[in-house]
Design a protein around this ligand. Sequence first.
Ligand code: FE
Ligand code: FE
Ligand code: FE
Length: 165
Amino acid sequence: MPSQPKDLNDLFHETLKDIYFAEKQILRALPKMAHKANGEQLAQAFEQHRTETEGQIERLEKVFEMIGKNPRGKTCDAIMGIIDESKEVMEDFANSDALDAGILAAAQAVEHYEISRYGTLIAWAEQLGLSDAVPLLEETLAEERRTDVLLSKLALASINVKAAA
Ligand code: FE
Ligand code: FE
Ligand code: FE
């Protein structure tokens, strides 16, 4: 059988697999980050986002279903790298006043990766006429954005100040 040239449908499916893999890695990383964080509010933010992440994975599974594919991840080197960097900062700054600022920045790098992915998936879903997928992806994008804003607030209100003390 001659192979069909790849199109936007394939790109959408590949990117869905990428973020599905990433969300599963994030689900495992967030409790570790919560455990290492000294600040109660930061730990709480990570715990809350871990719960949200469970729902995000379920939404992705629904989107796979909508395009008639089995939910399957594909290794995302970008999220592996970002998570590796978070581990590095947690080790290198373990006994430092700057630890929380470092973990928070690593978490924001995760959120920014996700915001980029979901933004792209929404644009492609719209283009492909996957109108049922759009609101699901938008719901998740809103959670990622809210998390990013909350982290910025925590950083500016206290965590960066403590780190500089
Ligand atoms: Fe997420
Ligand atoms: Fe990726
Ligand atoms: Fe997130």
